[in-house]
Design a protein around this ligand. Structure first.
Ligand SMILES: Nc1ncnc2c1ncn2[C@@H]1O[C@H](COP(=O)(O)OP(=O)(O)OP(=O)(O)O)[C@@H](O)[C@H]1O
Ligand SMILES: [Mg+2]
Length: 250
């Protein structure tokens, strides 16, 4: 079932038409990968899915994005609620300069959760879910900056999970990580797909092929092709997709 329905999405940064008439359905509890050359609009696309582009003054968004049937760009919609339901993890691990514990409880506190017991439970649940608990359970009060890059990225995933989102957006979550840390994140994605809808931007086509149920190829701001991952990589419909996945594109 489609959880996100994008229709005729156009995005501009001043005169730069960054996304052109993108229509795409994103299915519930599956992993959707977004691939395409640098500058084709991948980050812009996933940032429209939780209204992160709203923070950029030169950015204009037109079209509709329905999440569970509600247009998230409707003026009645509360952006804070949109971001609560749709979490995001970025390319560079970006923990706050605070303890591991405080990183995880940051958003739940903003959403009004105060009780120590309840916060403790959220920390344990989120860190377990992000496959980090065993590595940090004895040092929750230590700075997040003491963790390795891969651990910091899993902490950022735990932080996103702490407010129980339904959808998680990942913008090249492994591009700053070594192969072992990358493999851990990929295993984690595989586990999360049971309960969450995930959209992951990746430059790494092997990664898309390994983790994603469906894959979308963007080129120069347009969605060229979106299909089952195996179909897109083995039997692409479009010549441009074929050129890109076989490395024949400039
Ligand atoms: N904050 C911004 N201000 C102005 N223009 C922007 C901004 N963010 C993106 N753009 C422009 O929008 C277009 C798409 O950029 P975007 O970052 O979405 O590409 P991308 O596919 O994520 O690239 P990469 O693979 O390099 O991360 C580019 O022309 C870029 O210059
Ligand atoms: Mg990007």
């Amino acid at each position: 079932m489609s959880q996100i329905e994008v229709k005729d999405l156009n995005v501009w940064f001043d005169q730069n038409h960054a996304l052109k008439n993108v229509s795409m359905d994103i299915e519930e509890k599956r992993i959707t990968a977004i691939i395409g050359p640098s500058g084709c609009g991948k980050s812009t696309f996933i940032r429209t899915l939780n209204r992160m582009n709203d923070t950029i003054p030169s950015c204009m968004v037109k079209g509709s994005i329905k999440v569970d049937g509600t247009d998230i760009y409707d003026p009645e919609v509360d952006v804070t609620q949109v971001r609560r339901r749709i979490g995001m993890v970025f390319q560079k691990p970006n923990p706050f300069p605070k303890s591991i514990y405080e990183n995880v409880v940051f958003a739940p506190r903003i959403h009004g959760i105060k009780g120590k017991k309840e916060l403790d439970a959220i920390v344990e649940r989120s860190l377990r879910r992000a496959a980090l608990w065993d590595e940090v359970k004895d040092r929750l009060d230590r700075s997040a900056y003491d963790l390795s890059g891969g651990q910091q990225q899993r902490l950022c995933i735990a932080r996103a999970l702490a407010i129980e989102p339904e959808i998680i957006l990942f913008d090249e979550p492994c591009s700053a990580l070594d192969p072992i840390a990358t493999a851990k994140i990929e295993a984690l994605l595989e586990d999360l797909r049971k309960d969450y809808t995930a959209v992951i931007v990746t430059h790494n086509m092997q990664q898309a092929a390994r983790v994603a149920d469906s894959t979308a190829f963007f080129y120069l701001g347009e969605l060229i092709e979106h299909g089952e991952t195996s179909q897109l990589f083995e039997r692409p419909d479009k010549e441009l997709t074929e050129q890109y996945i076989t490395g024949r594109m400039g």
